[in-house]
Design a protein around this ligand. Structure first.
Ligand code: ATP
Ligand code: MG
Length: 363
């Protein structure tokens, strides 16, 4: 019986495309260490561009089929991931050790940015990524409460860097950790600017695939500082379905476009409420507004999160819903959003590596 050789196996894998990245696995350097073992068995490492890859099973299946067709008797795939960095087509200096920066923003206050930031960060880490969260809401920091941390951060051994705290599998930094309880922050623009810059550059964000930045509401100093300081891979806009929130979201969107930050998409929070006693669905803030707005504005709709009391309770006691009920419907919704975000960043990273002009990120 004729056996498959290395050249044939490589050729077979070069016919398998990553459906998101529209290139083959050999060109993308995603199929590595290909070996032909006794009896025509092919073994190789499949290196995905993110552990949160929604297409993992499909790519593995396509590889197996291609290799069997090319004459392999058996196929063994060891799948790992190496997250690629996306700099938002910007030439600004990246943060050392951080591959992708994602800003979570909203035009209007109280729509759930911090809730989304925390649960998105945890969902990405549950999928296997290394994740940090930076609370850029300097005057109203909520992240420590939501993640159940309050100790003061340490300095690095050379006293040059602040060490982020860690809980629920993610690294955390917030002004709330540096101030005492109930200490108000009454800072103006320039001080906010330097605090945010310090949090970006002087915190030891070592080896992160994704740094999620929770912004204060609106289009103020924090947004501008961030846009000027570092290359942002993309912004996510959080909105409720009501018109007024959506109108403010459009302002936020335009601001990011002006400062040339790619928009990864919109998340609709507090979309609907299911009454626990009757199971009836109530659309408290209206219906489908964010999805329609996304279509109009030609941006991705990343998903919707219902209004549910255990989301707020979890936030209040430092136990986010993705941790307290990881198999539940809400955690699954966050996981799907996380996969879309990660996939979009991978697509953009490959385009950036190839010097391609930016194409629309996919929904
Ligand atoms: N889907 C939801 N279901 C129930 N409660 C929610 C939901 N999303 C957010 N909340 C609650 O609503 C309140 C506001 O949410 P959050 O702090 O995340 O909003 P924000 O946009 O970050 O606010 P701010 O503009 O003040 O920073 C919090 O008490 C939070 O627990
Ligand atoms: Mg907030």
């Amino acid at each position: 019986m004729s056996q498959i050789n290395l050249e044939q196996a490589t050729k077979a894998l070069s016919t398998v495309q990553d459906p998101d990245l529209h290139k083959d696995l050999i060109t993308l350097n995603m199929a590595r260490s290909i070996q032909i073992l006794d009896g025509g068995k092919v073994k190789f490492n499949l290196v995905l561009t993110t552990p949160a890859c929604p297409l993992k099973a499909k790519i593995e299946e396509d590889c197996k089929n291609a290799l069997i067709q090319a004459g392999a008797s058996e196929v063994e795939i060891e799948t790992t991931a190496e997250v690629r960095g996306f700099k938002g087509f910007s030439t600004k200096q990246p943060i050392a050790g951080v591959k992708n920066i994602v800003a979570v923003s909203s035009g209007k206050g109280g729509v759930g940015k911090s809730t989304v930031s925390v649960n998105l960060a945890i969902a990405l880490s549950q999928l296997g990524a290394k994740v940090g969260i930076l609370d850029a809401d300097i005057t109203g920091p909520n992240i420590p409460l939501m993640l159940g941390v309050k100790q003061k951060p340490d300095l690095s051994s050379d006293n040059k860097m602040i060490m982020p705290l860690e809980n629920h599998g993610i690294k955390i930094m917030s002004m709330g950790l540096l101030l005492g309880d109930n200490e108000p922050v009454v800072w103006r623009g320039p001080m906010l600017h330097s605090a945010i810059n310090q949090f970006l550059r002087e915190v030891a964000w070592i080896d992160l695939d994704y740094l999620i930045i929770d912004l204060p509401p609106g289009t103020g100093d924090a947004q501008l500082t961030l846009g000027q300081a570092v290359p942002i891979g993309g912004a996510i806009i959080v909105s409720t379905p009501q018109d007024v929130a959506l109108m403010d979201s459009k302002k936020g969107l335009n601001m990011f476009r002006q400062i040339q930050v790619p928009i990864l998409g919109i998340i609709e929070n507090m979309s609907y409420f299911i009454a626990p006693d009757t199971g009836k669905r109530y659309e408290i803030f209206g219906h489908g507004g964010a999805k329609e707005a996304a279509e109009q504005l030609q941006i991705n709709f990343l998903g919707q999160i219902p209004l549910q009391s255990n989301i707020r309770e979890g936030g209040d006691k430092g136990l986010p819903i993705t941790i307290s009920d990881p198999q539940g419907e809400i955690a699954q919704a966050f996981s799907q959003i996380a996969q879309k975000v990660a996939a979009n960043l991978s697509i953009c990273a490959v385009e950036e590596e190839n010097g391609q002009a930016r194409t629309a990120v996919k929904a």
